[in-house]
Design a protein around this ligand. Structure first.
Ligand code: HEC
Ligand code: HEC
Ligand code: HEC
Ligand code: HEC
Ligand code: HEC
Length: 282
């Protein structure tokens, strides 16, 4: 009886709360190189996406955020850092406090300091934390966790849920929904009311696009059209930009003063936003 009680009290909580102590440990637990052995095309597309560098590309402002807290005498612990990482690297929720301190140190080193080699090295370490296959197909793949419970380990949720010899699969409609992308592409308000504002595309999509009768989803425009796939390009992709903005220019030459020719031109530029939200974002 005592042994069972011991196992229950000690082993079960440990199981449920696997904490990672080092960048190596967390990067290995969430490694996706092997996914590429079978999902080669998707892996290549993802590597070229912004999602694959969601921490390393953001170190400048992350540093400002951290320094602002430190200047106000606040410790940057997990609850503080998750205010950013909730969307930029959600799996850090399972980091130990010592790993959180290490990430904070790396952000400060990657965005400051004179030694360029040290900066690059810190950035490379941080680049091992990103929004990868496991984040989207497991951690954030269940939209109503209160109703359906947390995701199962080693099960990848997909739109068809086809069986795989390498891992569990589960069908879900969540990944086809705009609510899925909306989890991160929105304004974030932690319970104390702080407003964290990286993107308000989801709000704009709801109000200015769906609210006006727009029917396409984020996935239609960013994944399915033009077979953009897991590259999920944004405003820096010329093809997508052309599709999203209509440009019409007309120039009219006029005579300004009666009897006197003053060469003047009026140029009317008409820009029509055809994206599913305001543009640009941020
Ligand atoms: C609710 C989710 C969410 C939270 C929380 C969040 N971000 Fe972001 N962040 C995003 C999204 C989505 C983008 C991409 C926006 C776009 O390109 O339209 C982004 C973009 C950025 C960028 C620009 C990256 C680039 O490639 O130029 C920086 C920098 C950034 N975030 C820093 C932060 C910091 C610092 C915090 C914490 C204070 C934070 N973010 C919290 C979702 C979030
Ligand atoms: C930013 C979130 C995100 C990331 C990161 C991501 N996926 Fe996906 N994935 C999706 C969404 C959304 C769909 C559904 C697309 C649709 O409905 O058209 C999908 C579809 C799929 C599918 C089934 C459809 C198909 O195209 O065959 C597979 C398999 C898949 N992803 C594997 C991966 C792998 C492997 C990785 C990492 C290399 C990855 N995904 C990274 C969001 C993501
Ligand atoms: C040994 C090969 C193999 C490896 C490795 C592998 N997969 Fe798969 N996966 C498959 C096969 C086969 C399917 C069934 C669907 C198909 O034929 O494309 C599948 C299906 C999926 C689906 C469900 C797509 C749907 O039908 O909705 C997702 C999501 C997925 N894999 C993600 C991953 C991720 C994430 C990894 C890495 C952690 C990974 N896979 C590693 C072979 C593999
Ligand atoms: C776990 C949070 C998360 C989810 C889920 C997510 N994104 Fe993102 N997305 C981000 C962050 C953070 C960035 C900014 C990365 C960077 O620039 O460093 C980003 C960047 C992007 C960009 C590139 C923006 C640019 O300026 O180039 C596009 C496009 C995008 N996401 C579309 C989508 C779509 C479509 C979905 C749903 C299928 C989705 N995202 C799901 C967090 C997320
Ligand atoms: C009708 C098509 C369409 C729909 C629907 C759509 N987008 Fe876009 N999106 C675009 C186009 C076109 C652009 C490029 C123009 C621009 O930068 O706004 C773009 C740009 C973006 C960018 C980059 C913004 C920047 O400033 O670089 C992100 C991030 C993004 N979309 C995410 C989303 C998310 C998340 C959804 C769903 C909530 C969504 N989009 C729905 C067409 C669409």
């Amino acid at each position: 009886m005592w042994l069972i009680l011991f196992l229950f009290l000690v082993i079960v909580p440990l199981e449920a709360r696997a904490e990672y102590d080092t960048i190596d440990e967390i990067a290995q637990a969430y490694a996706v190189e092997t996914c590429g052995e079978c999902h080669d095309k998707i892996h290549g597309e993802w590597l070229a996406s912004a999602h694959a560098h969601s921490v390393a590309n953001s170190v400048g402002i992350l540093r400002t955020f951290i320094e602002e807290r430190l200047q106000n005498g606040k410790e940057v612990d997990r609850s503080q850092l998750m205010r950013c990482m909730e969307c930029h690297a959600p799996h850090l929720a399972h980091a130990s406090e010592s790993l959180i301190r290490e990430v904070v140190r790396l952000v400060l080193a990657a965005a400051g300091g004179r030694d360029e080699t040290a900066r690059e090295e810190a950035k490379r370490s941080l680049d091992r934390l990103n929004i990868n296959c496991i984040v989207c197909h497991n951690i954030v793949a269940i939209l109503e966790k209160d109703l359906h419970g947390p995701p199962e380990q080693e099960v990848y949720y997909g739109p068809a849920g086809k069986a795989s010899p390498a891992h569990g699969t589960e069908r879900t409609t969540a990944l086809g929904s705009y609510l899925f992308c909306g989890q991160c592409h929105r304004v974030h308000t932690p319970p104390d009311g702080e407003i964290i504002f990286c993107s308000s595309l989801y709000e704009s999509y709801q109000d200015a696009y769906r609210g006006q009768g727009g029917a396409e989803t984020c996935q239609d425009c960013h994944i399915r059209k033009g077979q953009r796939g897991h590259r999920m390009p944004g405003g820096s992709d010329p093809d997508l930009l052309r599709e999203g903005i209509d440009l019409a220019v007309e120039a009219v030459g006029v005579k300004l003063q009666p009897g006197k020719w003053v060469p003047t031109a009026f140029v009317n530029v008409h820009l029509t936003n055809k994206a599913g939200h305001r543009t640009p974002d941020g």
